[in-house]
Design a protein around this ligand. Structure first.
Ligand code: PHE
Ligand code: NA
Length: 447
């Protein structure tokens, strides 16, 4: 009896760690803070929180549910479940667009992972020591201006990802995730503490939580929803794939709540750490993708123990980025492995090289190709925008519609342990609130 209990606990723990490892990454710290800054602050934050609760939570549950019921990779799981429930095979397209999204996201994610690696080294060499905002800005521009150096770091990051995925040691990372998450939270708290000493903490609080609704456009709402999908690793079939390893005893709704709270807390702490430094140094919150790389090092360069804290921070950020990147490469590799005669190692190399090549195009947006605009965006922004604002919402919409309308209702309610009012609430949210929310935001955002 106790043996069995232990087995269940460890499988549940394993699963939570894998899901949290995928969710918590650059999206929480790098992307969240720069999106908040670009979109004017509090209104974005509040809409983002609403999207996480009303759209993110049900879609996360839906993806796990489909994965657990389908017991296969996302494309085959959707196809099988559709057949069993007498629905069109076209549902498998949801899985296909998810894999495409993972491929495109990893290409630019790896570029930022490379920045994080590079800053880990800069912390070791004491490059931030005593630098003011201008000095830190010059360091960052030096990095961005060199396609060769960017390529080297991007290559190093991608090589790490490929190495880990090729060896299939993903499971061995759980222990590391388990220590990394608390360390990250503590470090963020220290940085928030530093923010309180800058004299600009209240300004940062107001920026993040006192909304100016007049500045809200459809574009801001769509960006907030895109961030919710991105940060929770939704709309890519990744969570679906994890769901297929999930035992029946795991309560999907409460587990989703745990992962979402962790992810959200880390993002909010990142904002509270970054914006005081931004305001204290007269920087613009709308700095763009470089925001954390021009702001945080100013703090590390000027606080006691800053060198070691900076080193820890960029190491943890790189590690969080790696665990997310691994989850992005997995579905691509699985697809190649399944559809071609290639071995796992060969499939990983092929997928990795393809992602890497696209990443080169993304990093050239910061230098030699900065004038190359498609739909008014450089290649980096185009990859980010097309995935977070189009592919992820549409794939996530497909997943929730499928779970809510195509799977047998009583089976789903049993599986989620829902009865009575809770069951009706789930039906309401999964059938109407979440899908209609996604559609409305998507349509008004694009217009
Ligand atoms: N959720 C990860 C982050 O916040 C990024 C990611 C997106 C990982 C999609 C996997 C899939 O950084
Ligand atoms: Na995240």
């Amino acid at each position: 009896m106790s043996k069995q209990l232990h087995a269940q606990w460890s499988s549940k723990m394993t699963f939570v760690l894998a899901a949290a490892g995928s969710a918590v990454g650059l999206g929480n710290i790098w992307r969240f803070s720069y999106m908040v800054g670009d979109s004017g602050g509090a209104a974005f934050v509040l809409i983002y929180l609403a999207c996480v609760a009303l759209v993110g939570l049900p879609i996360l549950v839906a993806e796990w549910l489909i994965g657990r019921r389908g017991q296969k990779n996302p494309i085959n799981a959707m196809a099988d479940l559709a057949r069993k429930n007498g629905k069109s095979q076209a549902w498998a397209l949801v899985g296909v667009s998810g894999v495409l999204a993972a491929f495109l996201i990893l290409s630019f994610y790896s570029v930022i992972g490379g920045w994080s690696l590079s800053y880990t080294l800069s912390s070791v060499t004491g490059a931030f020591s005593g630098q003011d905002a201008d000095g830190i800005g010059a360091l960052f521009n030096g990095l961005l201006g060199s396609p060769i150096i960017l390529t080297l770091w991007h290559t190093a990051f991608m090589a790490l990802v490929v190495f880990i995925v090729a060896r299939g040691v993903t499971k061995g990372l759980e222990g590391a995730v388990r220590t990394m998450m608390p360390a990250l939270v503590i470090l963020m708290l220290v940085l928030v503490g530093y923010g309180m000493t800058t004299g600009h903490f209240v300004e940062a609080l107001a920026f993040m939580f006192r909304p100016d609704w007049s500045a809200v456009t459809g574009g801001v709402v769509l960006a907030a929803m895109g961030q919710a999908f991105f940060t929770l690793s939704l709309g890519m079939g990744i969570m679906m794939a994890y769901g297929s390893y999930l035992g029946e005893e795991v309560n999907l709704i409460s587990t989703a709540r745990t992962v979402i709270i962790l992810d959200t807390v880390i993002a909010l702490l990142a904002g509270l750490a970054i914006f005081p430094i931004v305001f204290a140094n007269g920087m613009s919150p709308g700095e763009g993708p470089g925001l954390i790389f021009v702001s945080l090092p100013v703090a590390f360069g000027n606080m006691t123990g800053g060198t070691i804290l900076g080193l820890m921070f960029f190491l943890l950020l790189t590690f969080a980025a790696l665990t997310s990147a691994i989850s992005l490469l997995e579905p691509v590799v699985e697809l190649v492995e399944e559809r071609t005669p290639l071995s796992r190692i060969a499939a990983t190399l092929l997928g990795g090289v393809a992602v890497w090549a696209l990443g080169i195009a993304a990093l050239m947006s910061f230098n030699v190709w900065d004038g190359v605009l498609i739909f008014g965006m450089n290649i980096f922004d185009l990859l980010d925008t097309f995935t977070s604002k189009v592919l992820l919402p549409l794939t996530g919409l497909g997943a929730i519609l499928f779970a809510a309308w195509c799977l047998e209702r009583s089976g789903v309610s049993d599986e989620l342990n829902l009865v009575g009012g809770k069951e009706r609430l789930w039906q309401l949210v999964a059938r109407y609130v979440a899908p209609i929310g996604v559609i409305v935001v998507f349509v008004t955002g694009l217009l």
